[in-house]
Write a protein that binds this ligand. Structure first.
Ligand code: ATP
Ligand code: MG
Length: 567
């Protein structure tokens, strides 16, 4: 490619709302352009990067035995009604009607469509397993599209779906996908972790996320300093917490506690005890498909509630703050709530409180607490994992400590089980001639998000730094002065030769100042520049590495050797 012909509209200014390096440099470098909130176009350089990411993903997926297909972006709402997700998916699902008043959605994920493709076409265990994937456009009407390609509304995803005759075979494929993803992200040169995850709106059990460690990440992840354990904060576990302080030993009794505010701090000061021995109540309003209700969550006074865990425990679509009127209606006295003698409301207790003794909790009466509370009389269904795991907590797998870091989710793999196949009546005949819903897995990678992640992971104040795997071109031959006839001829010849060898090379032949061309080289971030400049008359050209900044003069007659290292 000749730079003089390339459509790469580079700019000095970044868009006002661009805060992250990837957003700023992808726009400024002319990789992408924006047409609306969360809507982006890929320009020639961006398209090349995207295709390179796609190629790596496709190669590894094909290698693992998955078959590429392409599904429609527009999905009939009827399919989404069959799975039951039409009503529960929330506002991220864009719903619309055609001229005949038929309802449709723009696919945010494609479980429904792929199940419809496979059902009645695959009928026997003999045709299983089957893994179909696509690399295609998704639409999610995100509440806060931001950070450029990191969270768009329209974006490109690799989504794969596998079908199996047993849970064991699904687990085998899940493990194979974990290995495949590790291979993909390693080839892309990323520093990542596979972490235990919450399954979100997609559902099912058993899921892992692939997180690239990056300070601008939106996700909190906990990583053990000793073993392999790593988890999203939404799903993180820890070894049960203990306290070194003495418990407040007392027989069960109601105690007068005239506290201005029933906070845990006031309560533990009042009794002069470790907050560990108190029970904190967190009151929420849970939103369901067609109703809402007050739900209480009890955790230790020293702990905080993890909202996603709480939402899962209550099986709610969403948890919102409860107002004074909601509390009054439910007969709840904020600041003095406890699990003992609670009015008739839904409540959950953190697993770590199970069978604990010598606790203090609200007596569900203003200015009163119970002491000497034992947690023996609650049904198992009341208990759930509710706590937010924090930096410094103990690892659930070894005696290491957990530390908290930021990550960007680039992939997510799920064991769906029979959730979609049974809802949509997608059946096969097993070895005993019995009809059963398929066992399914699904596997996503954020292809367009990855283009931004590469920059978050690798940039400096001047611009992008692409590695060779994803760079739009590997070598930028810069003619420092186009009026120098001999230099220009040499550069053009070198460019033509390399192009004939199918090398990814670009020739900056523009009639511009040298500094201007170098700025574009640094902003766009090709891995290498070869400068044909003043020293060419002495038989030397200069090779610059974008990543290390190292510049070296190379004798023209030794150049082909050097370029072999470059490519
Ligand atoms: P997030 O928690 O970031 O919203 P998700 O859990 O909704 O992600 P999945 O449904 O698992 O994501 O989608 C698979 C992959 O698609 C994600 O791992 C992510 O890389 C990518 N992805 C999801 N939402 C977006 C988006 N709005 N813009 C760009 N990529 C996205
Ligand atoms: Mg999401």
């Amino acid at each position: 490619m000749k730079f003089s012909k390339l459509f790469a509209p580079t700019t000095k200014e970044a868009p006002k709302d661009a805060m992250l390096p990837s957003h700023i440099f992808l726009i400024r470098g002319g990789f992408i352009s924006q047409t609306g909130s969360g809507l982006y176009n890929f320009l020639p350089l961006g398209k090349r990067v995207l295709d390179k990411i796609k190629d790596v993903v496709k190669e590894e997926m094909d290698n693992a035995g998955a078959q590429e297909i392409s599904m429609g972006v527009v999905n009939p709402a009827e399919l989404w009604r069959q799975s039951g997700r039409y009503d529960v998916y929330g506002k991220e699902l864009l719903r619309f009607r055609d001229r005949k008043d038929n309802e449709f959605v723009l696919g945010p994920t494609h479980e429904e469509v792929v199940v419809d493709i496979v059902r009645n076409r695959v009928n026997s265990y003999k045709q299983l397993p089957l893994h179909l994937y696509q690399i295609n456009t998704k639409f999610r009407d995100e509440a806060r599209p931001r950070f450029g390609l990191l969270r768009g509304r329209e974006f490109i995803m690799k989504d794969g779906y596998s079908f199996h005759s047993s849970m064991e075979d699904l687990k085998r494929e899940f493990d194979l996908m974990e290995k495949t993803y590790i291979q993909i992200f390693t080839r892309l040169g990323l520093d990542f972790r596979a972490v235990a995850a919450d399954s979100g709106a997609i559902g099912g059990s058993g899921s892992k996320e692939f997180m690239v460690l990056a300070k601008n990440g939106e996700d909190d992840i906990l990583i053990c300093d000793k073993c392999e354990y790593a988890a999203n904060a939404e799903a993180a576990k820890r070894a049960k917490k203990t306290s070194e302080q003495e418990p407040p030993k007392a027989n069960f009794a109601k105690f007068y506690t005239p506290l201005d505010e029933g906070s845990i701090e006031n309560l533990s000061n009042f009794f002069k005890i470790d907050p560990f021995y108190t029970i904190k109540a967190v009151i929420k309003k849970a939103i369901y498909k067609d109703r809402s209700e007050i739900v209480l969550f009890f955790v230790r006074g020293c702990d905080d509630l993890q909202e996603v865990k709480a939402k899962n425990a209550a099986d709610a679509l969403e948890l919102v703050e409860a107002n004074a009127e909601d509390l009054k209606k439910a007969g709840i006295i904020a600041g003095f709530c406890g699990p003992v003698g609670l009015p008739d409301v839904k409540f959950f207790i953190d697993n770590e409180l199970k069978e604990e003794k010598n606790l203090i909790c609200g007596a569900n009466e203003r200015d009163y607490h119970y002491v000497g509370v034992s947690m023996f009389n609650f049904k198992d269904e009341r208990y759930a994992d509710l706590v937010e795991v924090k930096e410094g907590d103990l690892c659930p797998c070894c005696d290491g400590r957990l530390s908290l870091t930021k990550g960007i989710e680039v992939g997510h793999i799920f064991q769906l089980g029979q959730k979609y196949s049974s809802a949509m009546n997608a059946l096969f005949l097993d070895q005993n001639g019995k009809s059963q819903p398929f066992f399914m897995g699904c596997y996503g990678i954020g292809i367009s998000r990855l283009a931004a992640v590469m920059i978050e992971a690798n940039h400096d104040e001047k611009g992008c730094i692409w590695n060779k795997q994803c760079a739009p071109y590997i070598l930028d031959i810069i003619i420092s002065n186009v009026k120098n006839e001999a230099g220009r001829e040499f550069a053009v010849k070198l460019y033509e030769d390399l192009k004939a060898q199918k090398k990814e090379v670009i020739l900056d032949d523009r009639n511009e100042r040298f500094g201007f061309k170098m700025n574009d080289f640094e902003l766009i971030g090709f891995p290498y520049a070869l400068i044909v400049g003043r020293e060419f008359d002495e038989g030397k050209v200069e090779l610059v590495s974008r990543a290390s900044g190292v510049k070296e003069f190379v004798d023209v007659d030794k150049l082909s050797e050097k370029l072999r290292e470059v490519f």
